[in-house]
Design a protein around this ligand. Sequence first.
Ligand SMILES: Cc1cc2nc3c(=O)[nH]c(=O)nc-3n(C[C@H](O)[C@H](O)[C@H](O)COP(=O)(O)OP(=O)(O)OC[C@H]3O[C@@H](n4cnc5c(N)ncnc54)[C@H](O)[C@@H]3O)c2cc1C
Length: 496
Amino acid sequence: MRTQTVDLLILGAGVAGVYAALAAEAEGARVLLLSKDPLPSGATSWAQGGVAFPLGEEDLEAHLQDTLRAGRGLVEEGVARSLLEEAPKHLKRLLAWGLPFHPEPTREGGHSRARVRHLGGDRSGLFLLQGLLARLRSPVLERHLAASLLVAGNRVAGAWVLGPEGPLEVRAGAVLLATGGLGQLFPVTTNPPGATGDGMALAHRAGAVLRDLEFVQFHPTALPDGSLVSEACRGEGALLLNALGERFMPRYDPLGELAPRDVVARAVFRERERTGGVFLDLRPIPQLEERFPTVVASARALGLEPLREPIPVAPAAHYAMGGVKTDPWGFTGVPGLYAAGEVASTGFHGANRLASNSLLEGLVMGERAARAALADLAFPKALEALPALTLDPRHLPELRRRMGAGAGVVRRREGLEEALAFAEGLPLEEGPPDLAARPHLEAGNLALLARLLLRMALLREESRGAHFREDFPQEAQEAYHLEAQGLTLRRVPLGV
Ligand SMILES: Cc1cc2nc3c(=O)[nH]c(=O)nc-3n(C[C@H](O)[C@H](O)[C@H](O)COP(=O)(O)OP(=O)(O)OC[C@H]3O[C@@H](n4cnc5c(N)ncnc54)[C@H](O)[C@@H]3O)c2cc1C
């Protein structure tokens, strides 16, 4: 078997992974990145709206308050404050590197001010990632999938990797998970095909804690194929209409179209059920084609003409607030294992992410996690690969259908139980990673996460942020996290 040894192995080459690599390189570390798909890969390159940066000292408190409000009592305030305090340093650096941020910030849902900085019209993520990749000197192995982590006792010390030329064992002083989210658990998602929660599943099997998986943000306005219609469109004047042609958002929230995402997603869900459809009227946006080229192109690809008429929209799984629990420096609690970006749960997003806070988190936490990992390198000798979970991917369409029906925008006990019974009945197999192919590994990871997410969603008998239980519509008085470690699920107070 081919082997390679590095200081820091980074699984994933989206914003969190690449920014982490840049920070590690700057410290002189030997870094290797893996991306299971060709670059530019991951959700980062699909991000449209931009990056939320506080406008300056005087805006820090307001940005924090907006983040806390969206997160519905579940944001770890100290973590959020420290991330936002650090944000301006990163904007300054990115500007100094020549990243083409538009000088005028835009306003997005849940933000009390225009503070989202976009690049390349609505191709913010792609421009950001390309700008970062252009500076990167470390190698990125594309089409290389981490199938399993290598461990020595309870320390993570590398990964067992499936590449086009066969397996590869990467030994590393520390491993940083930057593998993104789990949108592929749902039948309609804005996420790329690779968003199969691999990092969360790898971390779970290494003994890390997974937290708050039940909080999945549904983007309120996706086209029928899952293509995103950016929140920024509503920020710049687009209006939501029901099948009767009525504007309905002001009836649901005083912020109207700019209400937090969960509020808009549920309103869209309800109006679709009530009137048979929901449409977004983009015509009030001046220079629509120049400002939102991706949205216009995605609509046209489906035979829709947004310059002439409102286009049909529906909610789609968009962002995982939960993930691998880390401390504010990206440490997972398992020696040698760090996480940053959407795969992680730092407590920044709480029960619902504020629009455009995720790319910001990827930057800040990417750098922090890289630095923390480098301060904790170890190279144990005897390593073993943890077993991989596999599932025949032909089970996925039905699993997704049941996740959509039971654990979608509106949830209730019966639907969750039905989905869980199905997920638990799936023939998951555990075995050495070298016997499995990518689709089987991804399906295994998704099935594992489905089980955990559904168990958490059942246990959380309240409605909070993105988790809406029709049978428990009220928010519990006290906010708490749910954590899974091995087979144990527990309620944990904030701040722990
Ligand atoms: C359509 C869309 C629009 C969005 N718009 C915005 C926005 O405007 N602003 C904002 O802040 N957020 C936005 N988001 C969310 C944001 O883009 C993501 O949360 C963020 O980009 C995640 O970055 P990441 O680095 O954590 O992961 P990703 O960018 O998803 O990268 C994951 C990487 O991990 C790799 N990978 C995964 N599994 C493995 C494995 N097993 N082995 C090896 N490699 C692996 C992938 O190939 C990829 O390189 C949007 C998301 C979507 C889907």
